[in-house]
Design a protein around this ligand. Structure first.
Ligand code: FES
Ligand SMILES: [Fe+2]
Length: 333
């Protein structure tokens, strides 16, 4: 993958990593244990004790150290061993396990699997915790590749079928779109989008006026969808994908919106509806993933109406398209 790409991946939500217990996860096939050091800062190590290879995640967190459950070796946040209980007090032990860079931001614990310390911060979620904005988070596991997830989140035409009447309904209206390649990904902007008869739009969209809608892929693992309405209400759906294994993806979605004074009220309906919609995608992508496995690999047929999938796959396979290209297209939604 491209070396300048942001290496940070979400490992878990902040609240899932308690002060007094380790948290086990697998990212890109690597088995990690997370814990909080004496200052509450997150640490990430290989989940395998250097001594006899038992999972460190079976152990306990005490005084900012991670203690193995088998013989009680104690590990610091940098992976070094601070104490071997069977040795006399003060005895040196130079063993260590591999450590990974970990940081906390926006209510998530992020890790980087690169050896070098990242020079960038994790990609921030827009308008999270900003006055006037309401946000909620969804954690969803997909039995699908990161590529397939990202394409799904940025693909309008599927919504008419998978989310019919919840999110989109057929209008057969022609919509103008412009697809642009960017230095950090690609975006599709839509013009003259018709107001659709669906539950989400009935609930959220102010009547009248032109909506602005942009779907954006931010390499290598983020999708962002923006809806801006003339009266000032605005919705941003950002999803950060963490690859657990080649066809297992953990998706962290932050939905931030501004809807006059009734934002918190809107959330009461919007949140369960969003969960319902994402479950429909989970179902479809699971079937897609199974079938790709059944046929021994993916083979995609693209038309010009597949706006961002090819960009996502190009970036993620290490050959990003040059920035600055633009193409206009009419699609039917
Ligand atoms: S296996 Fe961890 S201390 Fe022995
Ligand atoms: Fe969807």
């Amino acid at each position: 993958m491209h070396s300048v790409l942001n290496p940070w991946m979400i490992a878990c939500r902040s609240r899932e990593l308690r002060a007094d217990a380790p948290y086990a996860t697998t990212i890109e096939g690597r088995h990690l244990v997370l814990f909080r050091d004496g200052h509450g800062a997150p640490a990430a190590l290989d989940d395998r004790c250097a001594h006899r290879n038992t999972p460190l995640s079976m152990g306990a967190v005490k005084n900012g150290g991670l203690h193995c459950a088998y013989h009680g070796w104690s590990y610091r946040a940098d992976g070094s061993v601070s104490e071997v209980p069977a040795l006399p007090a003060g005895a040196q032990c130079n063993h260590a396990v591999r450590r990974y860079h970990a940081i906390e931001q926006d209510g998530f614990v992020w890790v980087s699997l690169h050896a070098d310390a990242p020079v960038v911060k994790p990609l921030a979620f827009p308008h999270l915790n900003e006055p006037g904005w309401t946000s909620f988070t969804m954690k969803t596991r997909f039995a699908a590749s990161v590529d397939a997830c990202l394409e799904n989140f940025l693909d309008c035409p599927h919504a008419t079928f998978v989310h019919r009447y919840l999110f989109r309904a057929p209008t057969a209206r022609r919509v103008r779109a412009v697809v642009r390649t960017l230095s950090d990904g690609a975006e599709a902007e839509f013009f003259d989008e018709p107001r659709v008869k669906s539950l989400v739009w009935w609930l959220l969209a102010p009547r009248g006026g032109e909506m602005r809608h942009t779907d954006r892929f931010i390499a290598p693992r983020t999708s962002r969808v923006d809806y801006v309405f003339p009266a000032g209400s605005q919705y941003i759906i950002t999803s950060s994908c963490t690859e657990l294994a080649p066809r297992e993806t953990q998706v962290y979605t932050v939905i931030s919106f501004r809807h006059g004074r009734i934002g918190p009220l809107v959330r009461l309906f919007f949140e369960p509806l969003s969960r319902r919609i994402i479950r429909q995608d989970v179902e479809m992508l699971a079937r897609q993933g199974e079938n790709i496995a059944r046929f021994g690999g993916a083979r995609y047929a693209d038309t010009p109406a597949d706006l961002l999938g090819a960009h996502i796959r190009a970036w993620r396979s290490g050959v990003p398209p040059a920035a600055g290209a633009e193409r206009a297209i009419e699609i039917r939604l």
